[in-house]
Design a protein around this ligand. Structure first.
Ligand code: AMP
Ligand code: MG
Length: 323
């Protein structure tokens, strides 16, 4: 079934009010957050949540993040809130998702049957206005077709979901550009399940100890179901190389993402990425989409140092390069 997708300005209160009404009736609204665009539906309405999975082609075993406007609304979705979770909530609004023990009100569709629920307060004025206007928690994964690079502009959302999403609220480019950091706060020592827009260094400022989920953990897949699936991948093959190595890899079907200037005589496309990691993160998914032109067969990416936001950037690049 196809719908006529409307594109409305995210800073128009009347448009936000109409979008909230679409959500209350069980519809799908894509909206800007500080991380990436989210594909929202009423998190407590299993049928509406089912529409998210259908629209994205998302595997049913990959649970959704529930967005709320205030900490009380998050607590109402949880059976209990462990002390470490309370401390981490002081970092909201922001690119931080907390996994909490799930309350009865949250349907299986939203959590993919897990007995935990992932929650966050987004730090974008339009997202908060929409959440307040609609008065419901909103399940909102990234508003892309499953497996594709995440959308950081309304045009990216339209390119992937035209005809399947009812409304797109256009709020321009997202400020952070990477998905939230996901932390399992049900454990005595909280554990980072997915690195993201809030660096681990920032978590350490509010909780003493924090574990990192390792790929070697035999239970990694069940702790972080999203790890199972292919992600962030353009159509072209993505190849990662060390900084300085892309210059020798030119060719008519090659595109490069590098923090260095284009070398003289280089054949192919050369995208200069920002030298600051914040700028790099913000530009990352747009660059992957932009370089994924029909004539490009290989996107060569020079890796970034794995400190601060660099960990999340490197994670997304590695997963974009997976086949
Ligand atoms: P996305 O919304 O596409 O950015 O993906 C949501 C991420 O949150 C995925 O990596 C999920 O595995 C993770 N997630 C959501 N809910 C849970 C949960 N209850 N337990 C563990 N991870 C979760
Ligand atoms: Mg996603």
């Amino acid at each position: 079934m196809t719908v006529k997708t409307a594109m409305w300005p995210a800073d128009d209160p009347a448009a936000v009010a109409r979008a909230a009404e679409v959500l209350r009736r069980g519809g799908l609204v894509a909206f800007p957050t500080e991380t990436v665009y989210g594909l929202g539906a009423d998190a407590l309405d299993a049928a509406a949540v089912g529409r998210i999975f259908a629209a994205k082609g998302r595997p049913a075993d990959n649970p959704l993040i529930v967005h709320v406007a205030a900490p009380e609304q998050a607590r109402a979705l949880a059976r209990s809130v462990p002390p470490a979770a309370e401390q981490l909530m002081s970092l909201w609004p922001g690119p931080l998702t907390l996994v909490l023990p799930r309350a009865e009100v949250v349907p299986d569709a939203t959590t993919a049957g897990q007995d935990t629920v992932a929650v966050r307060i987004p730090g974008h004025p339009a997202a908060l206005a929409l959440l307040r206007a609609c008065g419901r928690p909103l399940a909102a994964p990234s508003a892309n077709r499953s497996g594709r690079p995440s959308p950081t502009t309304a045009q990216h959302v339209l390119a992937d979901l035209d005809g399947v999403v009812d409304v797109i609220l256009d709020g321009g480019a997202c400020a952070v550009g990477l998905e939230s950091t996901v932390v399992d706060a049900t454990r005595p020592v909280p554990m980072v399940l997915r690195v993201g827009g809030l660096p681990v260094e920032a978590l350490r400022t509010v909780v003493g100890a924090i574990d990192m989920l390792s790929g070697q953990d035999p239970q990694a897949m069940s702790r972080s179901p999203g790890l199972r699936h292919r992600h962030y991948a353009p159509r072209a093959r993505v190849v990662l190389v060390a900084p300085g190595e892309a210059a020798a890899m030119g060719g008519p079907a090659v595109a490069v993402m590098s923090q260095q200037p284009r070398p003289p005589g280089f054949v192919g496309r050369w995208q200069v990425m920002p030298s600051a990691l914040e700028g790099y993160a913000q530009a990352l998914f747009a660059a992957l989409r932009e370089l994924d032109a029909p004539e490009v067969e290989t996107i060569v990416v020079e890796t970034v140092p794995e400190v601060g936001l660099g960990r999340a950037i490197a994670d997304r690049l590695r997963r974009a390069a997976e086949r």
